[in-house]
Design a protein around this ligand. Structure first.
Ligand SMILES: Cc1cc2nc3c(=O)[nH]c(=O)nc-3n(C[C@H](O)[C@H](O)[C@H](O)COP(=O)(O)OP(=O)(O)OC[C@H]3O[C@@H](n4cnc5c(N)ncnc54)[C@H](O)[C@@H]3O)c2cc1C
Length: 370
């Protein structure tokens, strides 16, 4: 292979998509590096020692409203339907989550509820807060204190080590409240899982004679300057933390094997008021793998470790904007493109980062394509 013209740092979804686009459309050699020992970034799935397919870095529920994105990814995978059902464990019972008519009926001990009855009930429960300023006020103004304390408060404190009062409305505001009996976790038009897993999909995407993948390779060790650099690592690290460190929330995952086919009723159970972990995940409910054993992942939020969630405070956002100004200059002057959740310090779902990567490719093509 001739000398790579494009270096891509990070072989997560963004790095893999950009490698594929550059190789297939610009027809130039691409060097794709990752400091981890695998591709696929946080979407990485693998076989557990038991043979059960697990999601190494938390459950990944692929969903999108963008049909053209499904079309693009279908070149690299077949799909199975995404069965994403979440329950919240409270007082010894499992409640459908996000809150819907069934949750409301079960929680308030009613046989059933019509949307109109639910609306009246919620009207009674809601706290009258006109312009909610934080996540606590937001939830209180939508569902009232009892359900806030049952489903949101403890979970949010565990997840962020911050009180919902300290977090913007967007943190709890992202979760819908439905006045119907739809128990699916998300509302998107396409809810799909790659048939053989995410790692298989990204492997197919990057298997190309012009793509050279080097794993266990940190960008820090690269000395040669490429003509074009696509950087999907942490933005503050790229600039040697010159303005200080951006804060992230991390997680640790404890995988336990059980000699039974299924252990829990659905893929994900949230624990707001019990245990130190926030959720347990049995991804077999989604992958539909046939196996006599199962594996549950116990998810523990923590301050230290791999960066998973940007901490949504104004202070962190301001700091990011300072780095963004440097990044824009670097793009204009030195052909360095920043894309992805670490480089943009933003929580994106996989569909969103892939769409962003495709847009970044269009900018690169416009400037550097023949
Ligand atoms: C717990 C959790 C659950 C999630 N669940 C969902 C979900 O259900 N549905 C969904 O759509 N999305 C989900 N996501 C989001 C999804 O993981 C991201 O959208 C996606 O992985 C982002 O892709 P990326 O390429 O930007 O970053 P990443 O996947 O993080 O990839 C970046 C890569 O860059 C590498 N890297 C960093 N620095 C360097 C360096 N200096 N040198 C070399 N390599 C480097 C990293 O090792 C990593 O492999 C979840 C994320 C988390 C954390």
């Amino acid at each position: 292979m001739e000398k790579a013209k494009i270096l891509i740092v990070g072989a997560g979804p963004v790095g893999c998509v950009l490698a594929e686009r550059c190789a297939n459309e610009l027809l130039v050699p691409v060097q794709l590096i990752d400091k981890r020992s695998h591709i696929a970034g946080n979407c990485f799935d693998r076989q557990h020692e038991s043979g059960v397919l697990i999601h190494q870095y938390g459950p990944h529920y692929f969903r999108t409203n963008d049909e053209s994105l499904v079309h693009y990814l279908s070149q690299f995978t077949e799909w199975i339907p995404g069965n994403y059902f979440v329950t919240s464990f409270y007082n010894g019972q499992y409640f459908p989550f996000p809150i819907n008519l069934l949750t409301l009926a079960q929680f308030f001990g009613k046989e059933s509820l019509t949307p109109e009855e639910a609306e009246l009930l919620l009207e009674e429960k809601r706290e009258k807060i006109e312009n909610p300023k934080n996540s606590e006020e937001f939830v209180l103004s939508r569902v009232g204190r009892e359900m806030y304390e049952a489903f949101y408060l403890g979970y949010t404190v565990k997840q962020w080590d911050m009180h919902p009062k300290e977090l913007s409305t967007s943190v709890c505001g992202r979760i819908p409240i439905r006045l119907n009996t739809d128990c699916r976790y998300v509302d998107h038009a396409f809810q799909l899982t790659p048939k053989d897993g995410f790692t298989a999909m990204f492997t197919k995407m990057t298997t190309h004679p012009l793509i050279d993948i080097q794993l266990n390779t940190d960008y820090k060790t690269i000395t040669e300057k490429p003509a074009i650099l696509i950087y999907t690592g942490p933005i503050d690290e790229y600039f040697n933390f010159c303005y200080g460190k951006l804060a992230w929330r991390s997680l640790s995952f404890d995988f336990k094997e059980y000699s039974e086919e299924f252990r829990q009723p659905n893929v994900q159970i949230n624990y707001s008021n019990d245990f130190d972990y926030t959720r347990t995940v049995e991804i077999k409910h989604v992958t539909k793998q046939e196996h006599p054993h199962t594996v549950i992942s116990y998810e523990y939020p923590q301050a230290e470790g791999d960066p998973y969630y940007p901490i949504p405070t104004n202070e962190n956002h301001e700091l990011y904007l300072k780095y963004k100004a440097l990044a824009d200059k670097e793009t204009a002057e030195n052909n360095v493109y920043f894309c992805g959740r670490l480089a943009e310090y933003k929580y994106f779902n996989t569909d969103e980062v892939i769409v962003n990567a495709l847009h970044t490719f269009e900018s690169i093509k416009k400037k550097h394509g023949n």
